[in-house]
Design a protein around this ligand. Sequence first.
Ligand SMILES: *[C@@H]1O[C@H](CO)[C@@H](O)[C@H](O)[C@H]1NC(C)=O
Length: 326
Amino acid sequence: MDKSAVHHPQLPLKTRISLFLLSAVTNATMRPDGTVNRRLFSTLTYLLKVPPSFSHGVTTSDVPVDPSRGLWFRLFVPRHSDQKLPVLVFFHGGGFVYLSPDFKAYDDVCRRFARAIPAVVVSVNYRLAPEHPYPAQYDDGCEVLRFLEAERGRILPEKADLSRCFVAGDSAGGNLAHHVALRAEPGELRVLGVVAIQPFFGGEQVRKSEIELEGVDVVVNSARTQFMWKAFMPRADRDHEVINVCGPNAVDMSNIRFPATMVVVAGFDSLKDWQMSYYNWLIESGKEAYLINYPNMFHAFYIFPELPESTLLVSEVKNFIHKHSS
Ligand SMILES: *[C@@H]1O[C@H](CO)[C@@H](O)[C@H](O)[C@H]1NC(C)=O
């Protein structure tokens, strides 16, 4: 397909400015040698972070899990709800390399989930690559589940119901949600569903959506994905089973119990062909999976609350969690 035939998404000016700044900061801090200029990144994003607070009916606090490796989570508890609530364990995006739960954009998203579902939300500050390559992020995710189960009486409010747990994430966080659900040991904490929002998967092959949307997708491009995968897994190719989940080295899922999964894709996301393959693979493996498609949206659209699709997604997640909570 001729690239000129690909339209650009129609976005509000505010969103376009945010995307431009995000792109500029990412470009300025990715070093050619594969490392990240953390100092510059912290300086440039200093004003984008927020401390724990009470607002919009949700109280937040930061809970240490393992200070020796900087593992903690931000806990979101909706105040006006006395019923038992499901627990949503959330992994932010950023290519395994960037961001954290205290960024305002992620604080806002988790607060909206907590209030709308309503649910107790646990937004995980997992370690980042390249300083901490694979499997540090998966280890941290699993450690948080173990911690929640072991420390529930001390850490979680009484209304948190760990027998109704969901794991969610966007981009790299969507990849993490899948793998943490796969590794979760059944106990009192039970994972009933996975919400994979535009999950970050890839492979050695270049997909049609990556070619067609190169330069159109302002968040994902080939230089960035290459940088992220190299940071995450310096010594393996991209057909590794955790990157190309349904590729040549895929785990045989047919005999593995895996919870119901909601996969979110968008028309202007250059990773959409990988995400569609993920969805099809779940279905072919006999899993319960749902596809939600936003044809006019782009990678990471839902962290921009000014977009109507962002609100739609929050209600889709709410419906999914309600449907799978019994
Ligand atoms: C960031 O770098 C990409 C190429 O890797 C380029 O296409 C894009 O325009 C740059 N963005 C900004 C805001 O400088």
